[in-house]
Design a protein around this ligand. Structure first.
Ligand SMILES: [Zn+2]
Length: 264
């Protein structure tokens, strides 16, 4: 067979059976790329690539229909299935609706440190509402989290009333290498990306008693003006979870990034 005929046959075969389209990168994965530009350097259909070369698989293929399994062993994909609603107009969270409370810990360990010493090495001071009775607190400098919290403090100081500033100034914790109360999961306070404030007007699901069906009744007394300022700078609020924790904020810009955020 001549060389030219071979090529024609090859072309004919190719034209008759087009190559399948390359698998797409999941849309929710693009929110990580946009939200963490200094840490997440690439997205393939099956994994995020961090800038230091680490790969975080997207989907572990395991069934998470049981809520405890979802909470205790989510993959990265599972952390994006509930959309966080931005702003002060939000519905009372239905049963087990907790956007952001589902966390894939290996992702945070890869970014912020997998040991207490590794996390501590990245902590820097933030001047938290010093003119309103606050104090200097420690947050991680990774991903610009400390700088973001400083902007939250500056905006609260500039925009809110003395009463709200005084409430927000009362900080009951940032970095703390610990597990969540009553659970084995590591708290995001361990990574220097979370802050608890205003405990005097806080509600926590585990401080209340469930009803006969085991359901918790949603409660909130925390001012939403403060919540809106945190969200502006990449922090989500624990007051939008069925298992509410209204003093708690954590840096989760992937949940506040279009198209992943539920924005009114
Ligand atoms: Zn907290």
């Amino acid at each position: 067979m001549s060389g030219a005929l071979t090529w024609l046959l090859v072309l004919g075969a190719t034209a008759g059976a087009p190559a399948p389209p390359a698998p797409a990168v999941p849309e929710a994965m693009t929110c990580f790329v946009r939200a963490y530009p200094k840490t997440v350097c690439g997205a393939a259909p099956d994994a995020l690539t961090l800038c230091d070369g680490a790969r975080i698989p997207w989907d572990d293929g395991r069934d998470k229909s049981d809520f405890e399994t979802l909470l205790n062993a989510p993959d990265l994909q599972d952390t994006m299935t509930m959309r966080y609603r931005r702003g002060s107009d939000y519905p009372v969270p239905p049963l087990n609706f907790e956007p952001g409370r589902i966390r894939h810990l290996p992702f945070f360990e890869a970014m912020y440190g997998a040991s207490k010493a590794a996390v501590k090495a990245q902590l820097v001071p933030v001047r938290w509402l010093l003119d309103d009775g606050g104090k200097t607190v420690l947050m991680t400098r990774v991903n610009g989290v400390a700088a973001a919290l400083q902007r939250v403090s500056d905006d609260i100081a500039r925009e809110l009333s003395p009463e709200l500033r005084e409430l927000a100034a009362k900080c009951s914790g940032t970095f703390n290498w610990r597990t969540i109360r009553g659970a084995k999961r590591r708290s995001l306070h361990s990574f220097g990306v979370a802050i608890d404030i205003g405990v005097a007007r806080s509600n926590y699901w585990d401080w209340t008693k469930p009803d006969a069906q085991g359901r918790y009744t949603y409660r909130n007394r925390f001012p939403l003006e403060i919540v809106e300022i945190f969200e502006r700078h990449g922090f989500i609020w624990g007051g939008k979870w069925y298992h509410f924790d209204t003093m708690h904020f954590e840096y989760r810009p992937e949940l506040l990034t279009a198209p992943c955020v539920d924005a009114p």
